[in-house]
Design a protein around this ligand. Structure first.
Ligand code: C5P
Length: 234
């Protein structure tokens, strides 16, 4: 895949309103390939913003993390593909949900990404759900399921990227959140990794939120991430 280092940086627009998001985008400038609109912004006018940005040629990632009955997932996916989005997340816990999303996108270019195990969860959180498997093997199992359902890739932490790459092949997209520069705050993330380690482990795209959106200078913070991606690719 011939992506420029900046194409591989996905910035999570986790801000309260489209006004805040547009302000942030103006501050960040051209150093970012994809903007991710998640649940916070989606419920505050983010859907309209996504349509507008996609119509202007921007790559938009709708982080809706769908999980519902097949009919609902399929119809929601169809609506999201009509927004002009490039990426959509769906929880990758079962084949019925993922096959419904594949049916819903039809012949559109929407890329479907399965959320394997949230990077904010660890083994004890899985145990709470009655899951005895450790995060790494559960992520791998769900990635293989997503691939068999026709998904384009997964969201997974850098810790699992190498095993997914080996199991799912070179074309399966690995999108990695929980990215932090060495020595910086983890916030609510647990399975974190630096940009260079995640890229070296096989991640295609990195999702970065607070380290850029809450930086004093978001443009320079974004550039630091792109620089580290570039160095890791060399
Ligand atoms: O601020 P931070 O860099 O932690 O933001 C990470 C982003 O990635 C958030 O928007 C979060 O919703 C998203 N995400 C995640 N873990 C996943 C899937 C998505 O952190 N497994």
């Amino acid at each position: 895949m011939s992506l420029e280092p900046s194409d591989r940086l996905i910035v999570a627009l986790d801000v309260p309103s489209p006004e805040d998001a547009f302000e942030l985008i103006a501050e960040i400038g051209n150093s970012v390939g994809v903007y991710k609109i998640g649940l916070e912004l989606l419920f505050a006018g983010g859907d309209e913003m996504a349509r507008e940005m996609a119509a202007q040629g921007n790559q938009i990632f709708i982080d809706a993390k769908l999980l519902d009955t097949p009919n609902t997932v399929s119809r929601a996916t169809a609506n999201i593909s009509e927004m002009g989005a490039e990426f959509l997340t769906v929880h990758g816990v079962d084949a019925k949900t993922m096959k419904a999303a594949v049916a819903g996108r039809g012949s559109s270019n929407l890329k479907l990404l399965a959320v394997t195990v949230l990077t904010s969860l660890e083994e004890s959180d899985l145990a709470e759900q009655g899951i005895g498997e450790d995060p790494a093997s559960l992520v791998l199992r769900r990635a293989e399921l997503a691939r068999s359902c026709g998904f384009d890739g997964v969201i997974a932490s850098g810790h699992e990227a190498a095993a997914i790459r080996t199991a799912c092949g070179p074309d399966f997209l690995i999108v990695t959140p929980g990215i932090r520069m060495g020595g910086s705050a983890a916030d609510d993330q647990v399975r974190i990794m630096t940009p260079s380690h995640a890229i070296s482990a096989g991640a295609d795209y990195l999702v970065v939120g607070r380290p850029i959106t809450r930086a004093d200078d978001p443009e320079s913070a974004a550039r630091d991430f792109v620089d580290e991606i570039e160095q890791a690719l060399v």
